[in-house]
Design a protein around this ligand. Structure first.
Ligand code: ADP
Ligand code: MG
Length: 615
């Protein structure tokens, strides 16, 4: 049989390599920023248009390239950074594989302008899909400027695969954060669609963190310093009381390179053990310096994973030094379960409270300040659902509310529920309910038994309420006597800005102030003032963590997030009336059978099924 194996042409090989190196615009940003750092730049400017889909440009004042090097830089395996395989274990540069520029040029329109300090004139090369279109001499400042236009122009499948602009922008900003955090001694700026997003002057590490994440970050940082033979650790961890629901601010740098490591992350979490509220994540900004011979960076094309020779020792040292810092800065003792932390404390945990933990047992996280809830007749008419909600949310197990409140509420929900009662699954009127393990509500239906998951059911109810308010735009707002001022980072404010209209339809009234402060002068009637910060933080975390697909809808996400924040939790004991109302409200929903995240809200068991079990 004839020979069938051939060497692939370079442009095909480059496109294949690009598949690994360039997943999205943010990958290009990372490679270009790293090249600028390797070139010894002191000032680096990143310019983005349309989330990098139209343009990604990086301008540096580094050492530039000769005209021959400029041409060679686009060849695969062309690098000035290593010469032999041994050099792989002596790396002092970000790059070394010599494939980034070749890969990028294979799948985009690239223009390179570069000049070395000693030269009078520079070089301009234009490459499109691996083909050199032109190479000319030009007048250009010292350093390099690379523009990458129309990414994936020749791979429509990849281009279509790109996410929405906000999502791709977020990935780019994440890369920008990582690179600029690792190099506070370099001045970085970032422009998106003509407006300046970041301008980070040369500074120390603390100042760099604050410049990126906002001035309020400063007080949250606890320094960590440790020097051993194996590793030198420096940086900061966030005080536990500022821990967030999102994993956003977690950064490890090994020899100035951002890396991901679930294992080392675990070392930090375990150092924080007992100090964090449930579901909260510690933030950290830690630089580890190790002997380059003890790590292997060449295990992943994007170089974000590293193999350490002795991971176990590293784990132990890291954990101990973070613990030490938290102790030394007196973080652990001052941490008390203050009122607000109850908001996230499961019911069972409260029961286990030891004398040293100050738990206000009478405190109900869902109880609002009654003065702030307008229980007036006019409000009932205007927004029955919201008002119902505010009453519901305000109820506690040892309810002190008068029966009349309930009678009114019951009356409100009746018209919606009656039609559902014809359904065989509907609750027979005046059937008893029973709460099981503070988690399920059990009731009867004509054909048998109904078991409702209280948390999911309430999420469904709130979700439909919020969706309705946002789309009908009729959310009722309660004016706050004193506006709340909440600190947020630029990036977080940007997310709020995107959701502003929808949030206002639920009843929020905002004033977006400069200087990273959000002023809130009105909140939805169903939202207790004490929970506003938590709800917004959860919302931001949800937006950041969302893995958006083509069905991504900000409105939906907002309704889901608020429903999640405000819904009663597993572990909350409910009075008979509360149980009944939950059941009634659930079956008045459009899609009662699933939670907003598509999980079952209830199951049924027929008499037949029961009988089979007793055979
Ligand atoms: P690597 O960074 O792995 O060496 P790249 O494809 O990213 O591979 O770059 C190839 C070469 O081009 C680099 O080794 C470097 O010599 C040169 N180069 C790339 N970007 C720049 C820049 N901004 N300034 C100076 N030289 C650069
Ligand atoms: Mg490179």
């Amino acid at each position: 049989m004839a020979d069938i194996i051939q060497l692939l042409p370079d442009h095909v090989a480059n496109q294949i390599a690009a598949g690994e190196v360039v997943q999205r615009p943010a990958s290009v940003v990372k490679e270009l920023l790293e090249n600028a750092i390797d070139a010894g730049a002191t000032t680096i400017k990143l310019i983005i248009k349309d989330a990098g889909k139209t343009l990604i440009q990086v301008i540096d004042d580094g050492k530039g390239m000769s005209d021959t090097d400029a041409r060679l830089s686009f060849e695969r395996h062309a690098t000035s950074k290593i010469r032999s395989a041994d050099d792989l274990f002596q790396l002092h540069t970000k790059g070394f594989r010599g494939e980034a520029l070749a890969s990028i040029a294979a799948i985009a329109h690239v223009e390179l302008k570069t000049k070395q300090a000693q030269d009078e004139i520079g070089t301009c090369i234009v490459i499109e899909g691996s083909k050199v279109v032109s190479q000319e001499v030009i007048v250009t400042p010292k350093g390099t400027s690379i523009s990458v236009k129309n990414l994936f122009f020749n791979i429509p499948a990849r281009r279509n695969f790109l996410k929405s602009n906000p999502v791709e922008t977020r990935h780019i900003i994440d890369e920008f954060h990582r690179v600029s955090l690792a190099h506070p001694s370099i001045c970085f700026s970032c422009f998106h669609n003509g407006s300046e997003q970041f301008n980070l002057p040369i500074s120390n590490y603390r100042q760099r963190i604050v410049a990126i994440f906002g001035s309020k970050t400063n007080e949250k940082l606890v320094p960590v310093e440790e020097s051993t033979e194996v590793v030198k650790i420096s940086g900061f961890v966030g005080k536990p009381e500022y821990a967030k629901k999102s994993r956003g601010e977690q950064f490890f740098f090994v020899n100035n390179r951002f890396i991901k490591s679930a294992y080392l992350n675990h070392a930090i979490s375990s150092a924080f053990e007992g100090l964090l509220k449930e579901g909260a994540h510690a933030s950290y900004f830690l630089n580890l310096t190790v002997n380059p011979q003890t790590i292997d960076i060449n295990i992943h094309p994007t170089k974000t994973e590293i193999k350490f020779d002795d991971e176990h020792t590293l784990y132990a040292i890291l954990r101990a030094s973070v613990k030490h810092s938290l102790g030394q800065f007196n973080i652990a003792p001052v941490l008390d379960f203050e009122r607000d932390s109850n908001l996230d404390t499961p019911y069972n945990y409260k029961q286990k409270a030891t004398p040293s933990i100050a738990v206000d047992s009478g405190f109900n996280p869902f109880k609002e300040d009654e003065k702030t809830v307008p229980h007036t007749a006019s409000n009932y008419k205007k927004a029955p659902a919201a008002t119902w909600e505010s009453l519901y949310v305000g109820l506690e197990s040892k309810s002190t509310k008068s029966k009349t409140d309930f009678d009114e509420v019951h009356f409100e929900s009746e018209p919606e529920t009656t039609s559902v009662f014809n359904d065989s699954k509907a609750i027979e009127e005046k059937q008893p309910t029973y709460q099981l393990h503070n988690k399920y509500i059990i009731s009867t239906i004509k054909s048998g038994m109904l078991v409702i998951n209280q948390k999911r059911a309430h999420q469904r109810i709130l979700y439909e309420d919020f969706l309705q308010h946002i789309t009908v735009k009729e959310g009722v707002s309660q004016q706050l006597l004193f506006p709340l001022s909440l600190p947020f980072s630029q990036q977080e404010l940007e997310i709020i800005r995107q959701l502003k209209n929808d949030l206002e339809h639920t009843g929020f009234v905002f004033n977006l102030l400069k200087d990273e402060v959000l002023e809130i002068s009105g909140v939805p009637v169903s939202v207790p003032e004490s929970e506003v910060a938590i709800i917004l933080e959860q919302l931001i975390a949800d937006v950041q963590n969302e893995v958006p697909d083509s069905h991504f809808s900000a409105t939906d996400l907002l309704a889901k997030s608020m429903a999640k924040s405000l819904a009663i939790k597993t572990g909350q004991s409910l009075s008979k009336e509360e149980q009944e109302h939950l059941v009634n409200r659930l079956f008045a929903c459009k899609a009662p059978s699933v939670s907003p995240t598509n999980r079952l809200t209830f199951i049924t068991m027929s008499i037949d099924e029961l009988e089979k079990k007793f055979v």
